[in-house]
Design a protein around this ligand. Sequence first.
Ligand SMILES: Nc1ncnc2c1ncn2[C@@H]1O[C@H](COP(=O)(O)OP(=O)(O)OP(=O)(O)O)[C@@H](O)[C@H]1O
Ligand SMILES: [Mg+2]
Length: 456
Amino acid sequence: MGNTILIAEDEQVLRESMAELLAGEGFEVLQAANGKEAHQIILQRPVDLVLSDVRMPEMDGITLLGHLHQIAPQTPVIMVTAYGTIESAVGAMRGGAYDYLLKPVQFDDVLIKVRRAIEFGELSRTRRVITDQLAEGSDFHHVVGNSRSMVRLFDTVRKLSTVKSNVIVCGESGTGKELFARAIHYNGITRDKPFVAVNCGAIPDSLIESELFGYRRGAFTGAIRDKIGYFEAASGGSIFLDEISTLPIGVQSSLLRVLEEKVVVPVGDTRPRPIDVRVIAASNQDLQKMVDAGQFREDLLYRLNVVQIQLPPLRQRKEDIPLLVHHFLEKYTREMAKNVPGITNGAMRALLNHNWRGNVRELENVIERAVIFAEGRQISIEDMPFATDGLSDDVSEDLKEAMKQFERQHILFSLRQHHWDKAETARHLGIGVSSLYRKLDELEIKEDAPGEQAKG
Ligand SMILES: Nc1ncnc2c1ncn2[C@@H]1O[C@H](COP(=O)(O)OP(=O)(O)OP(=O)(O)O)[C@@H](O)[C@H]1O
Ligand SMILES: [Mg+2]
């Protein structure tokens, strides 16, 4: 396929024989006699893989690794090391090297590791393999919430940090399923192993098995060489199977076998390969309902569902809104280097009243957009992309008054949702009908004039 490999090695004989071996396999090979030469090369052109000795004159392999991390963080590096320097190879692995080879090098070992590393590099470039702990969203503290339901979920994530159990994350679109999946991985014991995110719904049915489990050269037209699947790419870490409900029944059976036997069999192969991967699955469908309808395998659901994280929709945890607003405000003013000194009380009230069908993602978009337009001033109700129901920016800051206004807006909203059916509204608000009537009186809420009901 003409992938380019750079060999940095000061022992000329070893360097040239490895170069010959790899060139014979169709790779384009570049050679450098020390770290400094290798550094020059990677500054000038992209390479797909670096094979580097640890001890070299001018610049050693570890320093080279550091430079490469700056220049091309996605390029995998295999360190070549003698027994005497194995400590430094381990250090290099911690420093981000993909793998290492021991001297005297075995040629078939070289080929296996080189192919794997190149596959890995391709995966991390074209798909979303994140091995970097600092990847965005990996930090638990990026998950914001102070509602009771969220605090309880944070506690669950904390408890999960010492085990590798499979987890299902459920919730409507935009509630933070992927964010939680990452939090679970990056707070867990395998945080320095890969987190591989796979959107099952985005892969054509005919390709799912080969993408997940890999394939052997010749398994089908176009399979010109062996390829590892996502499960092996996630080795030791977590695989995030997003939109798991879209998996065809046949693939569900294969997946079940993988989870039960802890092996994968690449398409076109007969030999199972052991795997050690935790599955974090996500769904915005009710999987139990799908089981009842015969669309999802019950045994697979039980395998996956060791722990379930059920993310409530944002409209059921409005207490989180102010915190999320400040979180996103901080994030976007920093990212766009904008000066936006906060948000008016009225705008915050409007955000609290809205019913957020798109959940946290919708809220994030509203704030991002508002930050773009609100340069030098507070975010105001003018910045809201939805009806703000007669709110003004300078509503009272007095807590009691604020609560009253919020209550008024909330009840009004609910009444309109239920076409002014008082019994239905009271039920949804979780109060008695007589309490609702008392509130209507107290808060001076009157039924909309005909034709005005569609607002809000
Ligand atoms: N609790 C939270 N704290 C901070 N940011 C959040 C929170 N929940 C969600 N977000 C942000 O909202 C956006 C949507 O979250 P995410 O992609 O995890 O949702 P999802 O449930 O996977 O959605 P979908 O079902 O549409 O794939 C992301 O940008 C995420 O960072
Ligand atoms: Mg998602």
